[in-house]
Ligand binder design. Sequence first.
Ligand SMILES: C[S@@+](CC[C@H](N)C(=O)[O-])C[C@H]1O[C@@H](n2cnc3c(N)ncnc32)[C@H](O)[C@@H]1O
Length: 227
Amino acid sequence: MCEPRSHRKSAISTWYSRLIARIYDPFMARMETRVLQKRRRHLLAAIEGTVLEIGAGTGINFPFYPPDVTVIATEPSPAMRSKAEQKLAGAAFPASIQLLPYGVEDKALEVRLPIEGVDAIVCTLVLCTIPDPVAAITQFQRWLKPGGKLIVLEHLVSEKPHLRRLQHLVNPAWKFMAEGCNLNRSTDLLLRQQGFRPDWEQYFTKGMRFYQAIGHFTNQPDSLKSH
Ligand SMILES: C[S@@+](CC[C@H](N)C(=O)[O-])C[C@H]1O[C@@H](n2cnc3c(N)ncnc32)[C@H](O)[C@@H]1O
């Protein structure tokens, strides 16, 4: 499939993206087993119907989708996507999973979604990286069926003033090294400002402050069907 223009890169950044994709799972392994895996399992356990996963990365969520769920997973980075493809080829996951090469802002993604919208959108450790999170959240509102669920697991800027200052200070360097990831976003507040209402939510701190939630939008003004 042809790479979306927005994700074409220079040789050096392609090499760097491949390196990040190669070390991502080993780098995250400790954090995954101690902190994240049980939360991913919990967040995805009750999911039903057709699901859109944004920024699937190496496919770390794939084992946690229940059977009978149809997952449209999208991942714009060719290097990360190749790892996810390897996982799909090498294991039988309970859910049916289709992998697409688009970012949330790619028009081609919307065309691949069911016209009636999706039952759930899964976004784990992605809203920290998406360049325009407000535009992405607006798309989520449009792509969800009325009452559809948004499932998020994101790291947040610290509440402690000295850590917060440090995160703001190191963010440019971190962002450069971590392929666009921002340490200093208040994604929970951003979601609420855009009309997200959690049915369940939890904050926890493990090295960084995290937010996990399952919720819906109070305002879904402009659904896919109306286009
Ligand atoms: C830190 S990784 C998280 C991967 C996985 N979701 C997880 O929970 O581990 C962030 C992912 O978001 C993807 N991403 C970055 N910008 C994106 C965009 N505009 N639309 C969709 N995904 C994006 C990256 O390519 C990367 O795979």
